[in-house]
Design a protein around this ligand. Structure first.
Ligand SMILES: *Cc1c(COP(=O)(O)O)cnc(C)c1O
Length: 391
């Protein structure tokens, strides 16, 4: 783009789901069929997801947060236990540790990739530690081998937060189940969407069995068809479970979204590569670094750090972009600085300097498959215009 900056007439959001006629038709088909909650399409989606990722069990749920909740309970998390995680995540990762009555223990992050700093894990282990929750941040994998090595040395489980990671590979293997359990999210901003939804993946048959009961009222058998012809209306409750099942209406979206995930991710990668190229000329705004190990990046988010040389705060930068019709997001405010956590665990304030610094400086710029080829250039022109008008 050359010449003076011209503001576009329409707002470019930070994200927008790709909903096509095929998804709409499938939802309408479910509505007309009379089967709108968990049923044959939910089962098909689970089979498709298991086949896509290569894990034997894929359990779809109402959200990734629901999966984090019952996943931690199924792993036996209890009051007094400690779980090591990253402050650079959505709050649900930490909230569910807290809801189980256990204690989150934070480890700082790498300044370039914002992945959990695996070099600091060992020092965070105490006799109370039971597990590690790494986040495959922004669609790149955390350093899985290093994390597993610490986990094995101390007998800890690893429960991967792969909310950003549908399609993400670490050394050629799909992320999500390098150890016991992993969770993916299908919230509308994620790489595929079911409006709301998530899936747990595991190789452990006994764990899968328990998770199925916890997901749906504690029922021993997955009796979604108990009202259908040939179903039996009797049920057996074997434990006090939740109501976290995944509807066929959600699966109607998910089946077609999953079939297109390769295409969606390639589009994200092409747009991100364009940003990489354009932002190389804007030193005040620093994109994320890439991990040194072999991986496939889903480009879930395009995160930049607004450096001191920009001469403005991140919040001023966001407001100035909004005034130029560019939407942004913050992924994430470091969780330990949130009022609940800062109040309950004040010892973390000041103890995670990289996460705290970046938490004030990061910003996600628009990235979604429906963006046009020209949109990244518009966003970068808007950024340059914001910087030109600073102070
Ligand atoms: C979105 C997200 C979640 C929660 O997913 P929901 O499906 O909205 O419950 C958890 N962890 C991370 C890192 C996320 O980005």
């Amino acid at each position: 783009m050359t010449g003076p900056f011209a503001k576009r007439p329409d707002f470019l959001p930070f994200s927008r789901p790709t909903i096509r006629q095929v998804e709409i038709d499938e939802v309408v088909d479910s509505l007309r069929s009379g089967w709108i909650t968990t049923g044959p399409k939910a089962e098909r989606f689970e089979r498709d997801f298991a086949a896509y990722t290569g894990f034997p069990h894929a359990l779809a749920l109402s959200s990734a947060t629901a999966g984090q909740h019952i996943g931690l309970l199924a792993l036996g998390l209890k009051p007094g236990d400690e779980v090591i995680t990253t402050p650079m995540t959505w709050a649900s990762t930490v909230n569910m540790i807290e809801v189980a009555g256990a204690t989150p223990v934070f480890v700082d992050i790498h300044r370039d990739t914002l992945q959990i700093d695996e070099r600091q894990l060992e020092a965070a282990v105490t006799p109370r530690t039971v597990g590690i929750i790494p986040v495959h941040y922004a669609g790149a994998p955390a350093d899985v081998d290093a994390i597993l090595a610490v986990a094995r040395r101390h007998g800890l489980w690893v429960f991967e937060d792969a909310a950003h990671g549908v399609g993400c590979l670490y050394k050629g293997t799909h992320v999500g189940c390098f150890d016991r359990l992993g969770v993916f999210s299908f919230h509308p901003i994620k790489n595929i969407t079911t409006a709301e939804g998530g899936v747990l993946v595991t190789r452990d048959d006994a764990l899968a069995h328990k998770l199925k009961a916890l997901r749906f009222h504690g029922l021993e058998k997955q009796a979604w068809n108990r009202y259908a012809e040939g179903g039996t209306p009797q049920v057996e409750i074997v434990l006090p479970g939740f109501k976290y099942n995944f509807m066929d209406l959600q699966a109607a979206l998910g089946i077609h979204q999953l079939a297109s995930v390769g295409e969606f991710n390639e589009r994200r990668r092409a747009l991100a590569a364009r940003y990489d190229e354009l932002l190389a000329q804007v030193p005040e705004v620093e994109p994320l670094g890439m991990p040194g190990y072999e991986h496939f990046h889903t480009r879930h988010l395009y995160v930049v750090k607004v450096l001191e040389s920009a001469g403005m705060t991140r919040d001023e930068f966001i407001a100035a972009l909004r005034a130029r019709n560019v939407g942004t997001g913050i992924h994430f405010r470091a969780v330990h600085t949130q009022p609940y956590y800062a109040g309950k665990y004040p010892r973390w304030i000041g103890a995670l300097p990289v996460a705290e610094w970046v938490s004030e400086r990061l910003c996600s710029i628009p990235l979604f498959p429906l963006m046009t080829d020209d949109d990244p250039a518009y966003v970068v022109a808007a950024i340059k215009d914001v910087l030109a008008h600073r102070g």
